[in-house]
Ligand binder design. Structure first.
Ligand code: HEM
Length: 512
């Protein structure tokens, strides 16, 4: 009996030993990443020892603050891209521009969004951000004209109006302590609703409730990232979905109400029937255009249904609201922390922008080169979307000698690429001069990718830069922005976008 137990035990151990070469057994048979030339994996990529015997599956079961810091610590320790083994799947973590280029440039196997994006599905369903394959191609083609240069000119009018209102609301408040986390989302939500959706938010629409529900959805999203068991939809549905059902329906009702309002405006305009999809110029000059009109037109032509429109509207609200909020928050914070740079922005505005800000246009904004460098540097150190993900659709061989098994997850840490001393000397120093043409020459093209790159890049990047420049010109012209906290006090956090765990405040002083 003892003999046979030993024999069977030995066979099992031998079998597990063999299996372990292809799979990380204790992470529930996660396939291993291999090398093309058969050399040891650690020669081509860093491997990170797990905190438990279950690979790295439980390494991220920490608070959002610690999760953010933990990733930065790993990048600093590893110094090159690294592999982690989670439950069921390996995670290839990219922290160099060279590796990011291989993934962002791939046209075939690496354009599908990663598992993390599934966590957004109850909220966004499958819109432009989260979809892949044919659906993504046709939606991207449908929506690209909505971001055409000619249309940005019309959006500029809205950005100006909203910026003016924003400055007036600041003036009416307590200038000695302005809480950026509170006031900015109001401005950015109004701006996205009016430009993208063509609807002014009014009292009845309860935008405060929308923003609060948005936060709750984010909390549950983070719970799913931290606990590897919540990867399983069945567990999510039982334990987490009921917590946010109410909030999901609040955000969906909010966007549905907007779609209905705009649909009425659209239906009242008979000339829409004559519009050609690519005839933006003539169409958009007839009345104020909204991106949602592109979708309503496609609906009329039978190219998209109501569910599809909701997916895209929720996606625009998600992508266009919080990303710009955080970019604006960090820009204002940096203006307060670096007074000489703020003064340079102010002087540049005086030299290049008409005194009457209602005349501000894209041409004047294009002259504000230093302000642009300032925003770019802000997005380098504080990219609104610090991390993006892909899923490997089919086993893929990369030019860096790695073979990624089908289903592997790729995490591109944009923030770690941006803070890598290989591309940016003294990377933690805030220095807008890095983005002058001379300083940028010769830099790796994927070393600075706040809007990602390749075919899945951000469709709204020009829109976002225009909005940021417009509101910043309005604020800088009116106020001196003074600090109420130190650079070292700012604590970054993970969220659906980058967050701060502390409240960011500044003081404003009216310019005379
Ligand atoms: C500072 C502001 C912004 C930043 C930093 C930013 C960044 C990004 C990044 C990094 C991606 C790639 C996401 C991924 O691969 O998972 C992305 C995608 C996207 N962004 Fe933005 N974004 C900003 C503003 C906007 C705005 C204002 C809009 C819309 C009005 C927008 C709409 C989108 C959409 C629809 C996608 C998905 C594109 C696709 O997959 O085809 N973004 N954005």
């Amino acid at each position: 009996m003892v003999f046979w137990t030993l024999v069977i035990g030995a066979i099992i151990i031998a079998w597990l030993y063999k299996l372990n070469k292809d799979y990380v057994v204790l992470t529930l048979f996660t396939k291993r990443v291999k090398t093309v030339d058969g050399t040891p994996l650690e020669n081509s990529v860093a491997l990170c020892k797990g905190r438990t015997i279950f690979g790295n599956a439980f390494d991220f079961s920490v608070s959002p603050d610690n999760m953010f810091d933990f990733s930065r610590k790993l990048a600093a320790e590893m110094k090159r891209s690294y592999v982690l083994y989670g439950l069921f799947t390996p995670f290839y973590n990219i922290i160099t521009a060279e590796d990011a280029e291989l993934v962002m440039n791939d046209q075939n196997n690496l354009t599908t969004k990663g598992i993390i994006y599934n966590f957004l599905e109850p909220f966004l369903n499958r819109g432009l951000l989260t979809s892949s394959g044919k659906k993504w191609h046709s939606r991207r083609k449908m929506l690209t004209p909505a971001f055409h240069f000619n249309i940005l000119g019309q959006f500029e009018e809205i950005f100006k109006e909203e910026s003016k209102k924003f400055v007036e609301s600041l003036e009416a408040g307590d200038l000695s302590s302005v809480t950026l986390n509170e006031i900015i989302p109001k401005f950015t939500l109004n701006a996205i609703c009016e430009t993208a959706l063509g609807v002014k938010l009014d009292e009845q629409m309860n935008a405060d409730q929308y923003r609060a529900s948005f936060k709750m959805i984010e909390e549950v999203f983070l719970m799913r990232i931290r606990n590897p068991f919540y990867i399983l939809d069945s567990l999510y549905k039982v334990f987490l979905a009921p917590k946010i059902a109410k909030h999901i329906s609040i955000v969906h009702n909010f966007s549905s109400e907007i779609i209905d309002k705009r649909r009425q405006v659209f239906a009242e305009e008979p000339e829409h029937s004559e519009d050609k999809a690519d005839d933006n110029q003539s169409f958009y000059t007839k009345k104020r255009y909204a991106m949602l009109d592109t979708l309503l037109r496609a609906e009329r032509d039978g190219l998209i249904d109501h569910v599809g429109i909701c997916e895209e509207v929720d996606t625009f609200m998600f992508e266009g609201f919080d990303t710009t909020s955080m970019a604006l928050l960090f820009s204002l914070m940096n203006l307060s922390l670096y007074p000489e740079m703020q003064e340079r922005c102010y002087q540049e505005i005086l030299e290049n922008v008409e005194d009457d800000l209602s005349q501000l246009d894209i041409q004047q904004l294009a002259k504000l080169k230093y302000l642009e460098c300032f925003i770019k540097e802000t997005l380098r150190l504080y990219p609104s979307v610090p991390v993006i993900g892909r899923e490997v659709a089919n086993e893929t061989r990369l030019a860096n000698n790695l073979i990624l098994p089908k289903g592997s997850q790729i995490i591109i840490h944009i923030i770690d690429i941006h803070r890598n001393a290989k591309y940016f000397e003294n990377p933690d120093k805030f220095d807008p001069e890095r983005f002058t043409p001379e300083a940028s020459a010769g830099r790796h093209p994927y070393a600075y990718v706040p809007f990602s790159a390749g075919q899945r890049n951000c469709i709204g990047q020009k829109f976002a830069m225009l909005e940021l420049k417009t509101v910043l010109v309005n604020i800088i012209k009116k106020f001196k922005i003074l600090p109420l906290m130190k650079d070292q006090d700012i604590k970054l956090q993970s969220g659906m976008v980058i967050r701060t765990s502390n409240i960011i405040k500044v003081k404003l002083e009216k310019r005379v």
